[in-house]
Design a protein around this ligand. Structure first.
Ligand code: 13P
Ligand code: SF4
Length: 429
C-alpha cells in the first residue's frame, strides 16, 4: 500500500527522526478497525488521536464497516476512483474540507476552511446537489441547516464526531436552563434584557443550536466569539456559554470580564457545582467542556519554544486554556492562524498551538519560514482522523450508482430554530 504523509510522520517519530513521538500506537491501526461489524456494536471510542480517551456517548452515530474491497484498496487505486467520481459528478458535487483533515483528504476538497468559513461556503453553492463534508458531524449538520432543501449533505464516516460537542447534550442543558430560570426568573432586572442568554459554540449538536434559536440566543465560532458575546451582552444580563469553557473564558477575559465573574457549570453536580452566591455573581456561566486536542498545549511548551528559538512568535487557538493564550503572542481561529503565517515575512519562526495536520501543512507550504507545533508529540484530532480516502471513495461511488450513503439530515423543526441562531451569527459583521 502507498505510504501517506501521516504514515511517514509516524515512522519518523518511531525512529527518532522527527521532533516527537506519537500520542498513541493505535494510530498504526487502520481507521476502520473501530467500525461496527454487522450485528455488532462499535467500540465506544473516538479513534486514534488526541480525543480518543474522551468517552463517546451511547448516542454517537455508528459507522458500519464499508465493503472490504475499499478497505483493501491501494491508495493509488482509491485516488484514481475518487478523481474519476469527482469528474463524473462535476458541478453536482462539492467537497468541503476542514483544515484539520489529513493531506490525503484535503487534496480533494473544492473548498477548505475553518468551521465559520465552511458554514458560509455550504450556503454558497446552491447548484451542488451533494455536499460531501470532510469534517465532523456538527459541521455536516450546520451545512444541512444552511443549504437548500434539495441539497444533500454527506459525512463520509458517520463516526467522525467531536468529543467536545458531545460534552453537552440537550437534556443536561435543559436541566441547567431550568435551574437558572428558577434562580434568575424570567423577568429582567436590567430593562429589556433577558436574565440569561444562551450562546453555543459552532461545535455543538444541531438541537443545541435550535435551543439557542428558540431562547433568543445565538451561535458563535472561534472567528467571531468576541463580536457574538458583545451582541449577547446587549440583550442579556448574563450568558450561558457551551460547550467549550476555554473559548468562553478567553473571550470573556478579552471583553474585560474577570475570572471571578465566570463560573464552570458541571452538569453532574447540583447547581453545576456552584454556590448560589457564585452563580449570582457570574456574568458568564461556562459549560464544563473542552477540546482534547487544544487542551494538550501548556505554558511549559511555550517557555521551551522561547528558550530554543529566541524571537519565536507563538500563535495558539482560543480553545487552548487561558494561561496558554496569555503566555502566547497571539490567539485566533484556524483561519486567523493561517493568515498570520501567510503574512509573516520570510525567516519568521512560528510555534503554533493547534491541530497537527494543519501545522504540518503550513510547514510544507511555507518552506521560507520555520514553523513547528508547540506539542512535540504527533497527535491528530481523533475524530477528524476518521475520514480516510476509502470512505470518501465509497460515498462518491455510491452517488454514481444513485445511492446517497451517510446522509446527515437534521429534523425540520430543529433545523428551523437552529437556522435562526446561525443566521443571527452570520448577520454580525
Ligand atoms: P475553527 O474551525 O473554528 O477554528 O475551530 C477549530 C476546531 O476545533 C474545529 O473543530
Ligand atoms: Fe472537536 Fe477538538 Fe477535534 Fe475540533 S479539534 S473536532 S473541537 S475534538
Amino acid at each position: 500500500m502507498t505510504t501517506t504523509i501521516l504514515d511517514k510522520l509516524i515512522a519518523r517519530a518511531e525512529t527518532g527522526l522527527s521532533e516527537g513521538a506519537i500520542c498513541s500506537d493505535d494510530l498504526k491501526q487502520p481507521t476502520w478497525s473501530l467500525d461496527a461489524e454487522d450485528g455488532q456494536k462499535a467500540l465506544p471510542a473516538y479513534g486514534a488521536g488526541a480525543s480518543q480517551w474522551d468517552k463517546a456517548p451511547a448516542a454517537t452515530p455508528l459507522q458500519r464497516q464499508i465493503p472490504a474491497r475499499y478497505r483493501q484498496m491501494e491508495r493509488t487505486e482509491l485516488d484514481r476512483r475518487i478523481r474519476s467520481a469527482k469528474e463524473a459528478l462535476g458541478e453536482r458535487l462539492v467537497i468541503l474540507g476542514h483544515h484539520y483533515q489529513r493531506d490525503e483528504i484535503i487534496q480533494y476538497a473544492d473548498l477548505r476552511g475553518d468551521s465559520f468559513k465552511l458554514s458560509q461556503q455550504a450556503a454558497s453553492r446552491p447548484n451542488a446537489e451533494y455536499i460531501v463534508f470532510c469534517g465532523v458531524h456538527f459541521m455536516a449538520e450546520s451545512a444541512d441547516i444552511l443549504s437548500g432543501s434539495t441539497q444533500q449533505v454527506i459525512l463520509p464516516n458517520l463516526a467522525a464526531g467531536c468529543s467536545m460537542a458531545d460534552m453537552a447534550n440537550l437534556d443536561d442543558v435543559l436541566d441547567c436552563w431550568d435551574t437558572l430560570g428558577r434562580i434568575f426568573g424570567t423577568n429582567s432586572a436590567d430593562a429589556g434584557k433577558q436574565p440569561v442568554l444562551p450562546v453555543t459554540y459552532m461545535n455543538s449538536a444541531a438541537n443545541l443550536k435550535a435551543f439557542c434559536g428558540e431562547q433568543n440566543g445565538i451561535v458563535c465560532t472561534s472567528s467571531n466569539a468576541e463580536a457574538v458575546l458583545k451582541w449577547a451582552f446587549e440583550r442579556g444580563e448574563r450568558v450561558l456559554f457551551f460547550p467549550d469553557q476555554h473559548l468562553g473564558r478567553n473571550t470573556g477575559v478579552k471583553l474585560g470580564i474577570s475570572e471571578a465573574e465566570m463560573v464552570i457549570w458541571d452538569p453532574t453536580k447540583p447547581l453545576g457545582g456552584n454556590t448560589l452566591a457564585q452563580l449570582q455573581r457570574a456574568k458568564i456561566i461556562l459549560w464544563r467542556g473542552w477540546c482534547s486536542v487544544h487542551q494538550r498545549f501548556n505554558v511549559a511548551q511555550i517557555e521551551k519554544a522561547r528558550k530554543d528559538y529566541p524571537g519565536v512568535r507563538v500563535v495558539v487557538h482560543p480553545e487552548c486554556p487561558l494561561e496558554v493564550v496569555q503566555a502566547a503572542d497571539e490567539a485566533g481561529s484556524t483561519e486567523y492562524i493561517i493568515q498570520a503565517v501567510e503574512a509573516a515575512p520570510a525567516g519568521t519562526i512560528l510555534a503554533i498551538g493547534t491541530e497537527v495536520n494543519l501545522v504540518r501543512r503550513l510547514q510544507a507550504e511555507h518552506p521560507d519560514k520555520k514553523i513547528f507545533c508547540l506539542d512535540p508529540v504527533i497527535c491528530p484530532c481523533s475524530t477528524m482522523y476518521r475520514i480516510h480516502p476509502a470512505y470518501l471513495a465509497w460515498v462518491l461511488e455510491g452517488l454514481l450508482e444513485g445511492q446517497v450513503l451517510n446522509q446527515v439530515k437534521v429534523d425540520p423543526k430543529v433545523s428551523h430554530f437552529a437556522r435562526i441562531a446561525l443566521s443571527r451569527m452570520l448577520a454580525i459583521k
